[in-house]
Design a protein around this ligand. Structure first.
Ligand code: RIB
Ligand code: CA
Length: 312
């Protein structure tokens, strides 16, 4: 079976880091490269953290490219209050030895899509959509060449986690999200509606720790750190593990359920900026443009994650 070719676009962030580990653990996926974007923490740190994670996975061969250092039109908003000042608080890992690639992340995305046959490369954005939208704007010819976009972002029934209306990734760069959701590319979204059902309960964290490897310990440490903020905020028995849902979907899509609906992005109202307005009940005649996930087999998700992390 030919491995599915993907580019991971990311703002690590502990949950991004677990998603990257999951992708690198899976023979079914061929990670052509990792592009970093400013989001959870500034670009310099997301670009460092992505390499830290590749080296933790024993994969210093995976090229990492720094992308955009801020949104297309707005001032950058970051989330150190959630992820810590390094973006990977919760584990003490050495600085990376592997180099950052010279090519800009946006140019890597454009070049890769032009170099591969149409419909053979999937984009997996795990942070603000700045790099993806910038690539589409700079090189519209790549749009029909993209096989699928599977992203973490948005919220509808679960409402916002950064404002009452908006999820962080979309809120940081709503104009970029608007471009991506209007692109016509096959799009699968993992919004808070589904990620808030993938909670890192104590028994699930213990399962990572019980793997007994440096990677398992690190993942448990990251999640312990990540948990403290979200459990306080949501009062839930664990924190939502957002970004790995994207990679888990590629590996085991039947873990997830959703609906193909029209989703539009609010880009002007101060009150609801960055809201993903999902026409879940199809009350408009707007054409569906996204598979908007709403449910996950959480036990199956964590079984997959734990099994795969144990391989690293
Ligand atoms: O709202 C959750 C998203 O914002 C996740 O991707 C997390 O890493 C942060 O980027
Ligand atoms: Ca992220």
């Amino acid at each position: 079976m030919t491995a599915r070719k993907i580019i991971i676009d990311t703002d690590p962030g502990q949950d991004d880091a677990v998603a990257i580990l999951l992708a690198l653990s899976a023979d079914q996926l061929d990670v052509l490269g990792i592009t970093t974007v400013a989001g959870n923490v500034p670009l310099r740190l997301t670009s460092k953290n992505a390499r830290v994670v590749c080296e933790l996975a024993g994969r210093p061969d995976v090229p990492v490219f720094a992308g955009c250092d801020g949104p297309m039109e707005r001032k950058l908003v970051t989330a150190e209050h959630v992820h810590g000042k390094t973006g990977l608080d919760g584990a003490d890992l050495p600085d990376p030895k592997m180099p950052l690639q010279d090519q800009h992340g946006v140019d890597f995305i454009i070049q890769t899509l032009r170099d591969h046959p149409p419909g053979t490369v999937t984009l997996c954005p795990l942070g603000p959509l700045t790099n993806i939208a910038t690539a589409m704007t700079r090189a519209p010819d790549i749009i029909p060449r993209i096989q699928e976009i599977v992203l973490m972002g948005g919220a509808y029934f679960e409402v916002g986690n950064y404002t009452p209306a908006a999820e962080f990734n979309i809120y940081v760069d709503p104009e970029a999200a608007d471009i991506v959701f209007k692109s016509g590319i096959p799009l699968t979204a993992m919004p808070l509606d589904v990620t808030h059902k993938a909670l890192t309960t104590p028994s699930r964290i213990k399962a990572f720790r019980d793997i007994g490897t440096p990677v398992g310990q690190t993942v448990a440490g990251w999640i312990d750190f990540f948990d403290r903020f979200d459990m306080e905020k949501y009062g839930s028995e664990g924190a939502p593990l957002h970004d790995p849902c994207v990679i888990a979907y590629l590996l085991q899509p039947d873990l997830f359920q959703g609906r193909h609906v029209n989703v539009q992005i609010e880009t002007s109202s101060d009150l609801t900026l960055g809201m993903t307005v999902a026409d879940w009940w199809r009350v408009t005649d707007c054409a569906p443009n996204a598979m908007f996930m709403g449910d996950v087999d959480a036990d199956g998700f964590f079984d997959l994650l734990t099994r795969q992390i144990a391989k690293l």
